[in-house]
Ligand binder design. Structure first.
Ligand SMILES: CC(C)(COP(=O)(O)OP(=O)(O)OC[C@H]1O[C@@H](n2cnc3c(N)ncnc32)[C@H](O)[C@@H]1OP(=O)(O)O)[C@@H](O)C(=O)NCCC(=O)NCCS
Length: 212
């Protein structure tokens, strides 16, 4: 079984350690985090070193692949680590056995598909993308590098989402829409036209209209 090291030691890394073991997908070699002393145990998992140690640890055979376990609050760090290690150390894909990937879909490297994710025909998911619980990547969708789908996202067909986008819980996107790089779609946003300007977008929040 391939041995994986996680870059990061936060909730995402700890959660993924449990999942890959549960799914019998990887053996967990350890965590990489410069803010914690080497040898410290985080949830029983050993910190192997910092980012500067990754290549030498890999060359020494400490692990076979890495996964960038940095969440949506740190897109710059996710991208920086990706640029540093892509093509140097293999980037692992973490794919839940309860996700579905259509045979015509194309998946990049260093991606995660959580439980219940559905990847439809001719979808393209570029490197370092994270699709969380029960989200859909619909037919002909193109999800560009580093982007993060939260839970229950529903794009229609032929949607393109740019790099480093955050797509909040329950976002709905209409057919054929293109969203540019560096867009933050707030939970529940409904996107019906192209977004060409980076920034944070929200649809109307629920408001009290009647008291029963
Ligand atoms: C959108 C987000 C950044 C707002 O955070 P914030 O800046 O602290 O916003 P606040 O709670 O101070 O609200 C500011 C205003 O935006 C409104 N608002 C906040 N979230 C909203 C949403 N999702 N849709 C519509 N309006 C929203 C608030 O009602 C408030 O309006 P008001 O000024 O008229 O009262 C934050 O809610 C968000 O995206 N969180 C991520 C949640 C998520 O999807 N997590 C996924 C984990 S997998």
């Amino acid at each position: 079984m391939r041995r994986i090291a996680f870059l990061g030691s936060g909730d995402l890394a700890v959660d993924l350690c449990e999942r890959v073991r549960l799914w019998n997908q990887y053996e967990v070699a350890g965590l990489i985090d410069g803010s914690i002393e080497k040898g410290t145990l985080v949830n029983g998992i050993s910190v192997l070193g910092n980012d500067d140690d990754v290549i030498s640890l890999y060359n020494e055979g400490a692990f076979d692949c890495i996964y960038i376990a940095i969440g949506y609050l740190n897109f710059q760090v996710r991208e920086k680590l990706y640029n540093r290690f892509k093509g140097v150390v293999p980037l692992a894909n973490i794919i839940s056995p309860t996700s579905y990937v259509h045979p015509t879909a194309r998946l990049g490297e260093g991606i995660q598909l959580s439980d219940g994710v559905y990847i439809a025909q001719h979808a393209v998911i570029e490197d370092n993308v994270l699709i969380t619980l029960q989200s859909v990547v619909n037919h002909g969708n193109h999800i560009k590098k580093h982007t993060f789908f939260s839970t229950g996202v529903i794009p229609a067909g032929n949607v393109t989402i740019g790099e480093r986008c955050f797509v909040g819980v329950g976002v709905v996107i209409s057919d054929g829409v293109t969203v540019c790089d560096d867009v933050w779609l707030s939970p529940g946003a409904i996107v019906v036209a192209d977004i060409n300007k980076p920034g944070q977008y929200m649809s109307a929040a629920s408001r009290l209209v009647n008291v029963k």
